[in-house]
Design a protein. Structure first.
Length: 347
């Protein structure tokens, strides 16, 4: 296995773990042209080989977010325990003549018995007066001690990358138990603007009535993007009070009142979710997006065949845009939890 520590020069100045606090004080007192800005703790847990990549991502957020960053790279498969640390600062100049505004980053590489070592390393290097947002980019939640979750205010993760989402969601629920942690799923964030656009198409009394009598839902998604498509379907089911009747591959059925709703998931190369069609006897709403386009093309067709076109903003699917959207939102994501409950059995 290659030594991932050899390629971590971008993490900054190597320091002893026990001296991190003292070295951070030196970092700020040594240069009076810089000022430290911190509103929340932002911890990122990733595989050790991804530490440099995540440092690059963190360096781009300083203009829009003020945080104390703690980057932890884990390698639980290494037999011998080893911990190494670095400190760094990400800065920008808000205007000519002003001080540089900086966010500090503590980076820690943990090899070996990660489950035992991680809690003290994480909680020993936070600003305790500030909330904690943790971005989990690891492979296995079992690497973490369950006691950690009692201190995490917001947990960011991306269920689209999971190979077995149903079992992994079950493991996540068991790990969190009754904690206050808010779940922030980037797979859900990927359809934010699509959901907003679809909701706007049904905001008049006539169209709202059609929404209550949907008979068909077709969703086209890219290979590997079934999870956001199913969460989108779960959102519809939760908001409209549908009951699921199971899934046979890409064919799913729901019931709402006296109406049966047939749902089809189709896998086609393209955007994560490239097409959604909601159909009732009175109205059909179709939202499409092609690769390379920043916009949703929406058609609303009534019972007479008249078509009304709309152009709406599309979702940004790169990691930085998704993460920015989550860091700007401090809601409880209750709608997501309802959608997940409705969709979990269909994943």
């Amino acid at each position: 296995m290659p030594d991932t520590l050899a390629s971590l020069e971008s993490l900054g100045t190597p320091v002893e773990v026990a001296a991190i606090g003292k070295e951070l004080k030196k970092l700020w007192t040594a240069d009076q042209t810089r000022t430290r800005a911190t509103l929340f703790n932002f911890a990122v847990i990733c595989q050790g080989a991804a530490m440099a990549e995540n440092t690059e991502l963190l360096s781009h957020f300083v203009r829009s977010h003020a945080f104390h960053a703690l980057l932890i790279g884990i390698e639980p498969t290494i037999s011998a325990d080893e911990v190494k640390a670095w400190i760094n600062a990400h800065c920008y100049l808000p205007k000519a003549g002003a001080k540089h505004v900086c966010c500090e980053q503590v980076s820690i590489s943990v090899r070996g018995n990660v489950r035992a070592l991680l809690p003290n390393l994480l909680f020993g290097h936070l600003d305790y007066d500030l909330p904690l947002t943790l971005w989990w980019r690891g492979n296995n939640l079992a690497d973490l001690d369950s006691e950690m979750w009692h201190w995490v205010d917001r947990l960011l993760f991306d269920s689209q990358t999971w190979t077995e989402p149903r079992s992994q969601f079950t493991a996540l629920r068991q790990a969190l138990g009754g904690t206050r942690t808010v779940l922030c799923d980037l797979a859900w964030t990927r359809t934010l603007r699509l959901r907003q656009a679809l909701a706007q198409m049904f905001d008049t009394p006539d169209t709202a009535n059609a929404l209550q009598h949907l008979k068909r839902v077709d969703i086209t998604h890219a290979p590997g993007a079934r999870t956001p498509a199913v969460l989108l379907l779960g959102w519809l089911a939760a908001q409209l009070g549908w009951s699921a009747h199971g899934a046979r591959g890409s064919h799913l059925r729901f019931s709402g009142g006296d109406t049966d709703i047939a749902c089809e998931l189709t896998e086609v190369p393209g955007c994560d979710v490239s097409k959604v069609e909601l159909a009732s006897d009175q109205l059909t709403v179709t939202a499409t997006r092609t690769n390379g386009s920043d916009f949703l093309q929406i058609q609303v067709r009534d019972a007479s065949g008249r078509i009304t076109p709309h152009v709406m903003p599309g979702d940004c699917n790169n990691v930085m845009s998704l993460l920015n959207a989550e860091l700007e939102s401090w809601g409880r994501h209750r709608v997501y939890l309802k959608a997940l409950t409705a969709a979990e059995g269909l994943l």
